[in-house]
Design a protein around this ligand. Sequence first.
Ligand code: CMP
Length: 134
Amino acid sequence: AQERTLSIIKPDAVAKNVIGEIYTRFEKAGLKIVAARMAQLSREEAEGFYAVHRERPFFKALVDFMVSGPVMIQVLEGENAIAKNRELMGATNPKDAAPGTIRADFAESIDANAVHGSDGPDTAKTEIEYFFGR
Ligand code: CMP
């Protein structure tokens, strides 16, 4: 089905100057960038976005990292966009990410892992609303 998903290019990948290379991967896979905005997230925004992880041991490190520099936030649209984006990203931990995926090619660690992508239809809806709701 035609879907929309939320994607974030994280501070590590923005600092590496690979926004364009990552956008090219989305576009070559048939995903259309239908909204985009660069932002320096505040702690409140980052904590709110990752609220489901609030009790996890890595929460503070995750928020510290997400506010460490600008991020590029986009909505991707296309056939099976949610799964397709997750395929392009590769596993959360770049050590486990398949060769040729964004995380295998651009990420250094499970914290600095280059990109975020919604993990299902419900989170996609919530996450798109969170950043592009008004
Ligand atoms: P992301 O897809 O943005 O969602 C939550 C992030 O937390 C995840 O990518 C990782 O960058 C980070 N993280 C750090 N440690 C872990 C962990 N043990 N499990 C899952 N995510 C982790």
